[in-house]
Design a protein around this ligand. Structure first.
Ligand SMILES: Cc1cc2nc3c(=O)[nH]c(=O)nc-3n(C[C@H](O)[C@H](O)[C@H](O)COP(=O)(O)O)c2cc1C
Length: 192
């Protein structure tokens, strides 16, 4: 059996770096292609491909911050303090690359849509792990704008049909993240 102990070691020790604490840095275009290729190689019942990925880089990050995220926040929170509202001006610019993952279920006679949403989650997880395996800082975020219709539409999603599963932020790790609490196996795992 072919075994690579580094893979299980990576899975047992990997850690997300929050978008707040990462530097945008520079994601190597070749690495981005590898991350994307890994991200779409996921369990997907019936090979329905019930998801779409939108890669947000460069100037598009600023454009979406300024034309969607910030104005939508202000419209929904007219009384927000300027310093709170200011955070919304540069959300996507915290990373060099943000990959939006849209769950886009399809009609199928026997495969339940629930499984299609799970597959979209698998895309998010795999993108995250692929980026982390290459040494990047990465985090899966939804924040409020994953539930915003204007954001969904600008990403090519259909309101009432598609849903944003997450934004995978990928940037540069500038400090090692501290470990967070992890589940007690005895609490979450039972054996029969
Ligand atoms: C669907 C989903 C959405 C998330 N959205 C947020 C978010 O909006 N804000 C946040 O601080 N963490 C969010 N998280 C949590 C972090 O991405 C991450 O799980 C946590 O920081 C620790 O992850 P790690 O086990 O990879 O170290 C989300 C996680 C998932 C699975």
């Amino acid at each position: 059996m072919l075994r690579d102990p580094k893979i299980i070691e990576f899975l047992q020790t990997r850690r997300s770096v929050t978008a707040k604490t990462m530097a945008p840095g520079k994601v190597d275009p070749m690495h981005l292609e590898q991350i994307l290729a890994a991200g779409i190689r996921v369990p997907d019942h019936g090979a329905l491909k019930p998801w779409r990925l939108v890669v947000i880089t460069g100037e598009a990050r600023r454009r979406l911050d300024e034309t969607v995220i910030h104005p939508e926040f202000k419209a929904a929170n007219p009384a927000a303090k300027p310093e709170v509202s200011a955070i919304e001006q540069s959300r996507l610019q915290r990373a060099d690359v943000v990959i939006a993952v849209l769950a886009s279920p399809v009609e199928h006679p026997s495969i339940n849509k629930w499984e299609m949403y799970l597959s979209a989650g698998a895309v998010c997880t795999t993108l995250l792990y692929a980026a982390q395996s290459l040494g990047y800082a990465a985090q899966w975020l939804t924040e409020w704008y994953a539930y915003n219709d204007s954001m969904l539409e600008i990403l090519g999603g259909r309101v009432g049909h598609d849903r944003i599963a997450g934004f995978i932020y990928i940037g540069e790790k500038i400090k090692k993240p501290i470990e967070r609490t992890r589940p007690d196996p005895a609490v979450v795992i039972s054996r029969l």
